[in-house]
Write a protein that binds this ligand. Sequence first.
Ligand code: GBH
Length: 483
Amino acid sequence: GERRGSLRRSDFPPGFVFGSSTSAYQVEGAATEGGRGPSVWDTHSHLPGTIVDNTTGDHACDQYHRYLEDVDLMADIGMDAYRFSISWPRIFPDGRGRVNREGVEYYNRLIDALLARGIQPWVVLYHWDLPQALQDSLGGWMNREIVSIFGEYAELCFAEFGDRVKHWGTFNEIHHITFSYPNVGCRSPSGVCGDVHRQPYVIGHHMLLSHSKAVEIYRAKFQNRQRGSIGIILDAQWYEPISDLQEDINAAERLMAFQIQWLMDPLVYGHYPAIMRNDLHDRLPTFSEDEAKAMKGSFDFIGLNHYTSHYAKNDPDGPEFSKFGVELHDARAASIYAKNGVPIGPQAGSPWLQIVPWGMGKVLERFKVMYNNPLIYITENGVDESDDQGEVPAENILQDNFRIQYHHDYLGYVIGSMRNGSNVGGYFAWSLLDNFEWQDGFSKRFGLFYVDFKNGFTRIPKSSVAWFKKLLRHPKRSNHFVS
Ligand code: GBH
């Protein structure tokens, strides 16, 4: 359309950061190389019949061997930052104790390569790949002991990398993990399932405590000297009430609370929100006074992963208990993709992903109003092509005009939100590369670059690469506004 391609860096405030995101298990590969220990995702993906296309992340995008090439790709686009995660079992193969220097050296090389090309490393400590050893010996996130063990891992990372890493994220998507990790943890031979109606809230509780422990360590021992910032990454889609009925409006509110208030209220106020406590009673743990104190204000920024929006409908009995059904069940709400047969937005490759740019504005507005306008970075936003059998010819995928439109339109709402006062500091596209899309294996392609997994992992730019390059090639306004 008309507006397409019209975005410029100068439409964004000085210093606004553009980057792309990945995560360790989804791109690194080299699962058994460099002294890396196994994670719960290795175990999970190797169970027969688990991943839709029967693949694993053993090789993924082979970034472990190709990081220099990937850093060059980012530099060529003009990206300011790269958000990646550290594989915990690459640093601590047994989860704790013995440090694998080869793993530390890998991340040193990656960080140095980024900095050499003027790209800021944004590092996430936990993007789902728990060391299998901690699952086996402790029951993983179900055991409270993990809080101090996560603290040790975080401290090692701050000490090794914090001289060069100035942006840290503790957890990627606690909300999502707590409802999906049980499938992962439980299905692995050592899985500890426990009570499925309590488990998500116990896991989430331990993750919040682990987050605040890491922040406490960073602030006490590193932040003054290293001068970096630390935050947490939340996932939130928008839920639009399917009707004007108060019961549907309330259902949408509950679903938003399960994603945002559940985690933000502790981080801001030190306790869980009433809207969830009222329903869950003692299934929701509580924070001691000391824990609440440490939790309050334990972030410098919030990372927001946002992709899509759905309709919410009241459902007093709760939808049937299913893979992600605990949340819908407990929120007594149904998540619906269409109203009167009209989809909420165009369908992307993944069934759960409808293209609804205005939802970005709604979620940003909610953070601004509810939490006194925190600093937010959009840490993931993106869209995919389906390649279910892995047989769609590359040339059919490379012309990704719908992806250009997606980023253009969602960025339009980011700009609109900033004009309305939202404090947004940057935007990261998910993802740099097509990669291992968890349960969906390689059947969904979220990359700006196509990856030919069957032919030497060749990276081929989709059209969106040229679009981002054009957007980013203009001089950074920040250069003119150095204070
Ligand atoms: C992100 O989560 C992840 O951080 C990233 O690793 C991943 O590659 C990216 O999404 C793309 O999926 O299958 O209908 O039950 C985004 C939040 C929430 C999106 C759960 C997928 C699955 C819903 N995710 N949702 S469904």
